[in-house]
Write a protein that binds this ligand. Sequence first.
Ligand SMILES: O=C(O)c1ccccc1NCC(=O)[C@H](O)[C@H](O)COP(=O)(O)O
Length: 272
Amino acid sequence: MENILDKILAVKKQEVERRKELFPAKLLEESIYFPSPTVSMKKYLLRPDKSGIIAEIKRKSPSKGVINPNVSVERISIGYMQAGASGLSILTDSEFFGGKNEDLTTARNFNFCPILRKDFIIDEYQIIEAKSIGADVILLIAAALPPKRLKGLAQFAKSLGLEVLMEVHNEEELLNNIHPELDIVGVNNRDLKRFVTDINISKELVAKIPEDYVKISESGINDPAVMLELKECGFEGFLIGEQFMKESRPELGAKHFIERFHFLEKTKTQTV
Ligand SMILES: O=C(O)c1ccccc1NCC(=O)[C@H](O)[C@H](O)COP(=O)(O)O
């Protein structure tokens, strides 16, 4: 039976073909976003003055349905960064997540920070598009791509100066996809085929990720105490969406979350 990831990928394939006709790659290459150079997510995640959080803007999701449909990308993206996020993740998929490319360009125009284009990348065209709308990092999902294809897309992204976040959900995906073209390895706690979210997936896989990569844990992080546990296990970054987006003011949700995280971290250091 077709799972949600298969369904998203089938729709994405058609969408990419349509977009290639409407906006040929040659045209996009001419409009590659110029004013801002690539900002390194890897470096921002390791900065001690930041929280390590990649704060996400998503209006809806297949697992949760509508989360927060009427958001101001300008206000939230600025607020996330002022709250201490290390970077932004902008969902650009429209059919399943209610996003659009313009959301990323808006975030780019108002922030000097690393921005992840969160989408389902299956084609070089989408990488050129990511660069043209102002992204710094692209996501490659191991569950969505054969290892050889993933490597080829990673190499292509690097040739455009983009960083690559490679996402896995189990050890097999990790071992099949480790190569030098990656910058960040993400463990998605959410099984994209079944919607089950389990933080233990991150805890089990972290030690198996080679030291050369910045390690992030993704999805289902809904408590600053959980984020602290993940940090203590060895994660340097934390991709958080729904926990903030479910608030009427997501940027304030992020601010309170980050304040609480710093308080817990400080208390723990003082008592050890
Ligand atoms: O979120 C979903 O339902 C989903 C379904 C199928 C593929 C991807 C999906 N989500 C993308 C993500 O990985 C999350 O948006 C991201 O990691 C943040 O997760 P959360 O903090 O749980 O919103």
